[in-house]
Design a protein around this ligand. Sequence first.
Ligand code: ATP
Length: 808
Amino acid sequence: LPSGVHPTFSRSKTQKRIGILTSGGDSSGMNASVRAITRVALQRGCIPFAIYEGYQGLVDGGDKIKQFGWENVRGYLAVGGTTIGTARCVPFRTREGRLKATYNLIKNGIDALVIVGGDGSLTGADILRAEWTGLVDELVATGRVTKAECAHLREDLAIVGLVGSIDNDMSATDITIGAVTSLHRICESVDSLTSTAQSHQRAFVVEVMGRHCGWLGLMAGIAVGADWVCLPERPPPLNQEKYGDDWGQEMADIVGQYRTMGSRKSIIIVCEGAIDRNLKPIKPDEVKKVLEDKLGLDTRVTTLGHVQRGGSPCAFDRYLATVQGVEAVEAVLRSTRDTPAPMIGMSQNMVISVPLMDAVKLTHSVAEAISRRDFKLAMDLRDPDFTSAFDTYIESTLLGGPGKHEIPEIKRLRIGIIHCGAPAGGMNAATRIAARLCLNRGHTPLAIRNGFSGLVNDEVRPIQWQELFGWQVRGGSELGTNRNHPHPMPNSSIKISPKGVENFIDLGQIAFHLQKHNIEALLVIGGFEAYTAQAILTEARGMYPAFAIPMVHLPATVSNNVPGTDYSIGCDTALNVIVDSCDRLKQSANASRKRVFVVEVQGGTCGFLATLGGLTAGATNVYIPEQNLGIKTLEQDIDHLCRRYEDDKAHGNVSEGRVILRTELTKPDVYSTEVIAGILRAESMGLFDARTAVLGHLQQGGVPTPLDRIRATRLAVKCVDWLEDVAAEIRAGAAADGASTAKLAHMSIFTTNPEHSAVIGIRGAAVVLSPVLDLLKEVDLKARRTKNAWWMGLGRLVRVLSKYEYCE
Ligand code: ATP
């Protein structure tokens, strides 16, 4: 399980009666959290209750409070919004309303509440908890409840908060449930607008949600490659020295510059809470007027509105809601009278628990900082990711250059960019940003087309700014990629599995062409082959000086099997294809009432996609290459499925369609996807049917998801920074050794320091660079995957949530 989640999956000694409610504005993923809380509560021996219509249900009681069983949350994973309803409840803001709520809690014996909502909802929960004893006493004193009725309740009401909010506006957590799905909706809409904008050479001003928080606006700006974004925390103009308060002129200058460079469209993202430096709201119509008056652009305004709330949750939100839901039940069971009510959040890919009211206070302090015009503090109070994303955006647009951060000629580099291995969503986005940044700063980015075979065929040429327009939304690889791989040296310690290789390319040829094009630094974007390719070049530096340059590998593969990172770019796109496909297959299987699909997914020898796909699609089980599949497992699965279909029959439930996910190279080969489906069919005693679905290369294609585009952007910026820093370090070292400035300017870079060949990765929320050769110990070269992957424990959770494993 991910760090921070510590369920025991055993029966709890205390049988808590846990009320679950969703409150405030709805967000995608709320249902997934209700499902996880309900099912883990049942597995832990607790009794879950759904409270309908948020706090209104608590105040009204009656049939708005309903005990939930396993089947009540069937199908919840895929449904957007909140099925148990939400409301803005005025009575709950009064003590009288909360007295009624207390009465209903006591009458139902509910002694714990898990609230999924925004800061208002969590504040309401905290007030209820603070008043709890007084409210109970009052009900007893007025005879509305008896002492006996309260006896089974502890003196305290356990409260746990989960943050469901599309704005991602809660401090103390990196991300809130629903924000990423909302970003999907925004990016889909803006991508569609972009094609019409381009056709007519129009400008579009797009208003997105976010009253006090610019997260959606900023991330959308990065993901769609917007010309300009306007956020509450960082009001324009950014260059105050030049523009004073005239944000309109700054915007017009930038948009105009893009047009001069050949762009046929302009996209401006404005958050609904956008303001100028004097706190005056900036409205989309005003932006439109500026673009029309100053640039004469045909400008349209699109307000996305409630479209942003809706729709089936993306894979990330299902994952987030599920692991946080698991932790919420654990937090209820850990809760004592003396511990403050916790809010479950996320920090650095770790599920965390923080005092709820501290988080709410911190959140309010952002709005206060903005109202005091302390914009620096407002940015600082957001999570560090937000500030670094803002810097990334600035760096990657004309706001950050050209000319803005240009470095002295002596420090400039010729940076080769190469793709290697299979295509993955986000490769083009990473290339676009890396190349633009290079151009902004005065480096020469060189496109190496068609991988290492292209390099030795001289397919190398400088990249122009204009040719990168639109690359962030394109799937596949614009540079061209393949599995041609440098040949290891004869005595190489890096034993390459030939499985992932098409042709081996001679090292001497590669060195010759790197030298021929005077490539002084290399950015390798790709998957496992890209990693081993770079490791081999690094190992061969002693023999070939052309490899003695700074090199950085940016992991891009759907399989997520590269060492040095929790996520490679492309895996989120693939995961969403899997989740969408499984939703469709389940729907079809539901219709036929008794069908199980064995779904084969990619990943090679790495079970990441099957495991995360299984968790987020609600699979019954997952078969992955890390765990050999045996006849015993198949027997257990058949028993489990028969039991589940028999249960459905016995209880008169509609029989559910089910899916089992299998990674393509799961061993032994004899249990192929077809064979497994055949065995299930033959042994099902007529209770269910089994079919197969092979998703294949669909998983590699399509428009990259916003997360993949954002991760790609973030990593690419850091790659260029790092290459620049390393080159500066190398040159400084040479200067200290006595080389003259004139010589340095023309000196090609030379380094044999193993640290100067690295893999960039996201570990937690931090971006880290690890020496490529050091990572060899974290990798199983034969199996072509990392050892001890962080997600391995999630397979157990898949089974717990599908009632496969019963907790004793
Ligand atoms: P969103 O971020 O979508 O606005 P939210 O949870 O902040 O979500 P609110 O409307 O502020 O949305 O709060 C939801 C409900 O929580 C309110 O309708 C009310 O019932 C309750 N609530 C909010 N603030 C308080 C408060 N200070 N005291 C008691 N109850 C409150």
